[in-house]
Every structure is written in C-alpha cells, then in structure tokens.
Design a protein around this ligand. Sequence first.
Ligand code: SF4
Length: 231
Amino acid sequence: MGGYELALDGIKEALKRGFRVTTNTTLFDGADPKSVRAFFDEMMELGVEGMMLSPGYSYDKAPDQKHFLGRARTRRLFRAILSNRKKSWQFNQSPLFLEFLMGKKTYACTPWGMPTYNVFGWQKPCYLLQDGYADTFQEMLDSTEWGNYGTESGNPKCANCMVHSGYEASAVDHTFSGLRGLWATAKAALSTKYEDPDALAMLNEPVKPVHSYNPLVQIDAGKSQLEETRA
Ligand code: SF4
C-alpha cells in the first residue's frame, strides 16, 4: 500500500469517527494540474471540510532545487488548477491568497505574519528560514532586519517564495486594510468560477513528472535556478 492510500484510509477513519478533517497540500514542479483537480473532487466527495494549498518553498540551500517551482511556474500551475473552479471545492484559505498564487494579485511578504515558536524560541524571520532566535515575539520584531527578507529584498533565500507563511498574511492584511480589501475578498469568496479558456487548455498539456527524469538529490544546483522568471 502506498503513502496516498494510507493517508486516504486515515482520512476515512477520522471522518467515520466524527472528526473534522482538512487537508494541506504542497505542490512541487511537475505536479499534474488535472490530477490535483481530481484530488480536490475526491476530498470533497469524502467529506473533507476544507483544503489548503501552497507551492513548495524554494530554499537556495536545499539540495533538491529542480523540484521547486520558480514564481512564474507557480503562477502558471495555480492558474491551471484554480481557474474554471468547481463550486464544490472548499478551500480553508484566504481567497485573495489563492488569487495571489494564480497571478491575479501582487503582495509583498509579511514574514512576521505567521511566526514560529519552538524549543529554541521565536524563529527569525519566518518558519522557513533560520536566521537566529529571539526569546520573545517583541524581541524578534525588534532585532530582525526585516528589509533583508521578502522577494523584493533581493535575498536569494526569498527569491522564489510564494508560501502562505509570508504571503497569506499579506492577503489577510489586504482584506482588512479598508473597503477595497473587503470588497475584493467578498468578490473572490462569492465569485469563484474564474472562467479562463487558456487555463482550461493548460490542463491538456503533457506533464513530465519531475521524478521521472530528475533524481531526488541534486547537490550541484546553481543560482540560475532561482530566477523569478524560471519557466
Ligand atoms: S519570502 Fe518571506 S516567507 Fe518566504 S522565505 Fe522569505 S521571509 Fe520567509
């Protein structure tokens, strides 16, 4: 039995026992948008309450760079997946963050928006990076050079990041920033179809699963693979 089947059995059992179940899916390069959409159908039919999505985080020191999505590819993948959306799909996320992933919104990172606290303290600047720890949240706020983080900072560690850790907080902040943000959120929550014939056509493009041509461990990845426009 594979990992997916095991997880599926776990979900079914949890639902049978009356638990509320949500899923959290991280997508990497080579993900097949059609099968991701079929996965959404399957989760909804099972009775899962809501789904969360995020692109894999492209950390420049990770040994497996070829499996990470650049920003341009992330937007293309999520546009294919989330356009022409089915009414039955329930997402447990900010609708504006989903629009950000589809390339319909632009946000700067809010690294302190989803802070991590663990046995070492408050992790700086976000749960994805480990640039030190602080004893208190206030100390983390005061002692972190926030200008060094986020895609716009030029920090290669942040070059391709579109992860919910930094960007969903920005989307939520947009929602509560004023009437325009509230209106954009209401519109995105109520009008979920996102009709897009080009995105529909993308679903029929051939998919080359990354693992079929790329070994899992790559320790010689160069900086060129971290470009914003990697396509
Ligand atoms: S862009 Fe933001 S969330 Fe992503 S790694 Fe950098 S600081 Fe963390």
